[in-house]
Design a protein around this ligand. Structure first.
Ligand code: ADP
Length: 727
């Protein structure tokens, strides 16, 4: 059989296959003459079989084809098996393979028309190149496989050489690797996927990018890489910042005159400027109410601009929610009564403490209760409740008021949104309260919602995270009930406001000295030796913060407590520089007097630290001790007690033994084992039988008082002990 010419009929099926295939087939012999030329080859290469069979491959007008064929025939090393040919506007992929036939070697060429595929790819690339967002594609091992021109421009020179190399997204952005469990609380996958984050670049130019990474999967759902899209939000962020700065500047400018308006009207209504008649009182009350409204509007606007610009100062601490609800209930007791509303409170047993900023959470709760009362024109009831749900504490405020229609519920937390009906129009408001609540709750890591039906009341609720045991509140020291009076140096560049503060303080029996400049303030602080200084940070001859620093650095004035009163939101900075407290203008008369009273009272009053997990006991003892002229710090467990001891070592500790978190025995051990605190006398109060195994520890305490005891007896004991200490 060898050497026999193949029977033409035997090849019929091969011919048919070749004629109907999408690919074209060409076979050449060892002299490069064409032996096989299929029908699709005629279409692709433009020459007929008659033109080419028996002729040299050169006869086909396709640049690169003869070269490919010869390369294969000669079996050149590293000869690429596949090449791309451009023939008459078509893109052909060509594979030339050598074989050894009966008549010597030859080359089989397979050609495929990829024009449509290439065009589709070019179209896709043109679209990506035209996109204004940057796009970078990574293979699973961080190999950069594609980068569009927008991304290259955003990322600068580093990016240009990145394609084809292994470079992570973080290396391209110059950021720290993102751990996805930081964001989602989940385990960490190899590449961060399906996330959005904001990145600020300083090179090649300042840019804020919103970077989104998403996994790319094949049709079977297998991960084949990641695509990162970079959206330039620089302009948006700048506009938002300018808007916030504008709002806060305008609000500050409004606050200064309002401080005077509100302050002086309050004084006139209080009768400080002499008798006023009923009509005058009525008119002035209208001025007073409206200035209060303006103050709360400005406060809301400022809060929003602070939150949006990230300038809010949060003091995170464990919060006793039941206690906070009781405070809020006290604030609204009179308002609720006069609106014919019963105000109730429900708190689940054993509720854990929530993590938050007590003032800010109080602000949210007050806003919700105030709305509940305000939007219940027909009376009814308002109930605050707190319960634990999974890993959070849930607070709810439920009313029986007018309710909200379904279509409005989704918008209640939008800025300036108010339900549009005659009733709400009549009630009045700005539509800012709930949006401030939402921002605060979200900043604290919680969620807020509303449930309501028209005419059937509403329930507003929010969550707070549970405070971890490691989170400790540091109890503050409160001065005695009746401050003994004292000298206060008031530093304010605005003489009207200084005069206003002077009036407030003189009413309470304080002596006041005023300074309007930093230079004057320093002189008077030394020569007058005031008990407390109030300081506005805006001064004509310099910066109040520098003055504060100076006062704290000078040994003659460093011990004088300074209260910063400011329209600029600088609580964090003030406290860092050593201010004793921070109050915002317009000044709340009561808070100012309380703060000053506390500070003046503390000067020279012995400090008693009361430690008991029973809040009622702590409350009764604190009030009684303050009445007797002591300054008091209240702690509800051992750890808080230790935090208080560290902050301001007390002159005496009243200590319960059985407490959660850290018990009294441990407190005794810690206080008595440290050199700095071992002299502090401890009076143990206990209702329980004393643990025999711990009597040794108990002997370190100065005195024991068995519960129940009379508050009077305890006070006498404290007085005696302190007298012994020579206080
Ligand atoms: P404001 O009370 O100043 O209008 P808020 O942001 O506090 O602003 O509330 C937005 C809107 O939500 C209110 O105008 C009111 O229409 C509606 N709303 C809020 N609380 C209640 C409630 N407890 N009952 C009925 N409607 C309410």
């Amino acid at each position: 059989m060898a050497g026999r010419k193949p029977d033409k009929r035997n090849l019929a099926h091969v011919r048919t296959l070749m004629a109907n295939a999408d690919e074209a087939f060409v076979v050449v012999d060892h002299t490069c003459r064409v032996r096989v030329y299929s029908e699709p080859a005629e279409r692709m290469l433009g020459r007929t079989r008659a033109d080419v069979i028996g002729h040299d491959i050169e006869v086909i007008d396709a640049e690169g084809l003869p070269e490919a064929v010869r390369g294969a025939l000669e079996g050149r090393k590293r000869w690429p098996g596949a090449v791309v040919l451009h023939v008459r506007d078509r893109v052909l992929s060509c594979r030339a393979t050598r074989f050894d036939g009966a008549d010597g070697p030859g080359v089989a060429v397979v050609l495929r028309d990829d024009t449509d595929l290439v065009e589709a790819q070019e179209r896709a690339e043109a679209i990506l190149a035209g996109a204004s967002d940057g796009i970078v594609v990574f293979a699973p091992d961080d190999l950069v496989t594609y980068m569009n021109p927008a991304a290259a421009e955003m990322l600068g020179p580093v990016a240009h050489q990145a394609v084809g190399k292994t470079v992570s997204l973080d290396e391209l952005l110059g950021t720290e690797p993102v751990r996805s469990d930081d964001l989602l609380g989940l385990a960490e996958p190899a590449t961060p996927t399906g996330q959005t984050r904001e990145v600020t670049l300083s090179e090649p130019v300042h840019r804020v990018l919103e970077v989104r990474t998403n996994p790319v999967t094949d049709r079977g759902g297998q991960a084949i890489g990641t695509v990162a899209s970079l959206h330039d939000v620089t302009a948006e962020r700048e506009i938002a910042m300018m808007k916030n700065e504008f709002v806060s500047m305008v609000s500050h400018e409004l606050r200064t005159p309002l401080t005077s308006i509100k302050g002086y009207v309050d004084l006139i209504v209080d009768g400080e400027a002499g008798e006023i008649n009923e009509i005058q009182r009525e008119f002035l009350t209208i001025v007073q109410e409206n200035s209060d409204r303006l103050v709360s509007l400005i406060n809301d606007l400022l809060d929003i601009s602070r939150i949006e610009s990230g300038r809010i100062h949060l003091k995170l601490e464990p919060i006793d929610v039941a206690d906070l609800m009781a405070d809020v209930a006290d604030t609204f007791r009179i308002a609720a009564e006069s609106a014919g509303i019963s105000l109730e409170m429900k708190s689940a047993r054993g509720l854990p403490r929530a993590k938050g900023d007590r003032d800010r959470v109080g602000q949210v709760l007050m806003n919700l209760v105030s709305n509940a009362i305000k939007y219940s024109p027909g009376g009814g009831s308002v109930t605050m409740s707190a319960a634990r749900r999974a890993d959070s504490v849930v607070l709810e405020v439920k009313d029986t008021g007018m309710g909200v229609a379904a279509e409005d519920i989704g918008h209640l937390f939008d800025k300036f949104y108010r339900v549009d009906n005659s009733l709400t129009r009549e009630i009045g408001g700005t539509g800012l309260g709930l949006s401030v609540c939402k921002s605060i709750v979200e900043l604290l890591g919680g969620r807020i919602w509303a449930r309501s039906r028209p005419g059937q009341g509403s329930t507003f609720g929010f969550t707070l995270q549970i405070a971890s045991e490691a989170m400790v509140r540091t109890p503050g020291v409160e001065g005695p009930a009746k401050a003994k009076g004292g000298k206060v140096l008031v530093v304010d560049h605005d003489p009207e406001i200084a005069a206003l503060i002077e009036t407030y303080l003189k009413k309470r029996g304080y002596e006041v000295v005023r300074a309007h400049s930093g230079r004057e303030a320093i002189e008077l602080a030394v020569s007058e030796a005031p008990s407390v200084i109030t300081l506005d940070v805006i001064l004509d001859d310099g910066d109040g913060f520098e003055l504060l620093q100076h006062l704290k650095d000078d040994p003659r004035t460093s011990e004088i407590p300074v209260v910063v009163l400011s329209i600029v939101c600088d609580e964090g900075r003030s406290l860092r520089l050593g201010a004793a407290d921070y109050l915002e203008k317009p000044i709340d008369q009561k808070r100012l007097v309380d703060v000053i009273g506390g500070l003046v009272g503390r000067v020279g009053s012995p400090v008693v630290l009361v430690v008991d997990d029973d809040r009622h006991v702590v409350g009764v003892l604190s009030r009684m001790l303050k009445r007797r002229g002591f300054a008091v710090a209240a702690a509800y467990n051992g750890r808080e007690a230790m935090a208080a001891v560290e902050q301001t070592p007390p002159d005496l500790i009243l200590l319960d033994l059985k407490m959660p978190v850290m018990d009294g025995y441990q407190v005794i051990q810690e206080v008595k084992s440290a050199e700095a605190t071992k002299h502090i006398p401890i009076v143990v109060m206990t209702a329980h039988r004393i643990d025999r195994s711990k009597t040794e520890i108990l002997q370190l305490a100065a005195e024991h008082i068995g519960k129940p005891f009379s508050a009077e007896k305890l006070a006498e004991c404290v007085e005696e002990m302190l007298a012994k200490e020579g206080m």
